[in-house]
Design a binder for this molecule. Structure first.
Ligand code: RIB
Ligand code: CA
Length: 325
């Protein structure tokens, strides 16, 4: 089993990721933490609870975290994800309440329980949103790192951005948080993998598959998953749509599905047109960095540069539809 915690800003594709994690028999989904991003925090919490309800996973604790970035002004993405943040689907909203703890305390408790339990283990934290919660966790409760196997974050790009020409949405929404996470994980010795836009759009599911999922399981998890894909196809006038954040969960489950390089990554915090950019240093030469005005690069992280898109798309359809690995 893979002990997993997701940090989300549910979001159409966060919902796809939650469906996969909640339905995969090899994933031990310990908890989900929410942050403002695609939509305001309250909507993110409701959407997250709604998806877990659809999967019959009321057992998974959901906690609300940061409602805004550390420093940047929040600008949500409801123009992409719909007024309710999850595609404005014909789907009943959860009426459950989240865990009474703040996301930071839920994360601390889950990670320390894993590290200090009778059979010590480490949890994989997959962040699918602005990294505000993760940054606050690592600075507030650094001891919780004992329970972390790695942080796999959906964010950044070695090449083209989406929120701006230069920056990817999750990092652009809270660049300071991303910079804190990269620095704190280096200090704490936590491995990091970046699942960025270079792979994010590749795993795609067709409208045809989406309609089949709806037809076979209209009001169940597959029906919800099909509606999420249908929403994106209609919004982008396309016959297929990315599973987005769900690809990062696929990478946590099936590491062989991505190809990574160990590369230094810096976060641009200033710059009129470059703020929020992940500067992935792919210079291959072992050049004379003494003349590099930025000095020695930071410790490298694993950057995903290729993905077996069909493998991940098939994984998502299979697991969300049938609840199998
Ligand atoms: O840039 C893509 C990311 O931004 C995804 O996590 C999507 O859900 C949005 O949050
Ligand atoms: Ca997201």
């Amino acid at each position: 089993m893979l002990p997993l915690v997701l940090d989300v800003d549910t979001g159409v594709d966060d919902a796809c990721a939650l469906l996969l994690a909640a339905r995969h028999p090899g994933v031990d989904l310990r908890g989900v933490t929410c942050v403002g991003g695609n939509a305001p925090l309250e909507a993110v919490v409701t959407n997250t609870l709604t998806v877990l309800d659809a999967c019959g996973r009321e057992d998974v604790p959901v906690a609300a975290g940061a409602h805004r970035p550390l420093l940047a002004e929040p600008h949500d993405a409801r123009h992409v994800h719909g007024r309710d943040g999850m595609g404005d689907l014909d789907w009943p909203k959860s009426t459950r309440q989240p865990d009474a703890r703040h996301a930071l305390e839920l994360l601390r408790d889950l990670l320390l329980e894993a590290a200090e339990g009778p059979d010590p283990e480490r949890i994989t934290l997959v962040t699918l949103a602005p990294m505000t919660n993760a940054a606050l966790l690592l600075r507030t409760y650094p001891q919780a790192a004992r329970g972390l196997r790695e942080i796999l974050f959906m964010g950044g790009a070695a090449n083209v951005g989406n929120a701006t020409a230069s920056a990817e949405f999750n990092v652009f929404h809270d660049p300071e948080a991303a910079a804190v996470v990269l620095q704190a994980t280096t200090e704490l010795g936590i491995p990091v993998t970046m699942y960025g836009l270079d792979v994010f759009y590749e795993p795609r599911v067709t409208r045809q598959f989406a309609e089949a999922m709806i037809a076979t399981d209209d009001r169940g998890p597959a029906g919800l998953g099909g509606r999420l894909i249908r929403y994106q196809c209609e919004r982008f006038h396309s016959d297929a749509a990315t599973i987005g954040d769900a690809g990062a969960v696929c990478a946590a489950i099936d590491r062989a599905g991505i190809t990574t390089r160990s590369l230094p990554v810096r976060i641009e915090l200033s710059g009129d047109y470059s703020r929020g950019r992940t500067i992935v240093d792919r210079r291959d030469w072992s050049g004379d960095l003494t003349h590099d005005p930025h000095g020695s690069p930071p410790d490298p992280i694993e950057v995903a540069l290729d993905v077996q898109a069909g493998r991940f798309a098939a994984q998502w359809v299979r697991t969300v539809s049938e609840g199998v690995a």
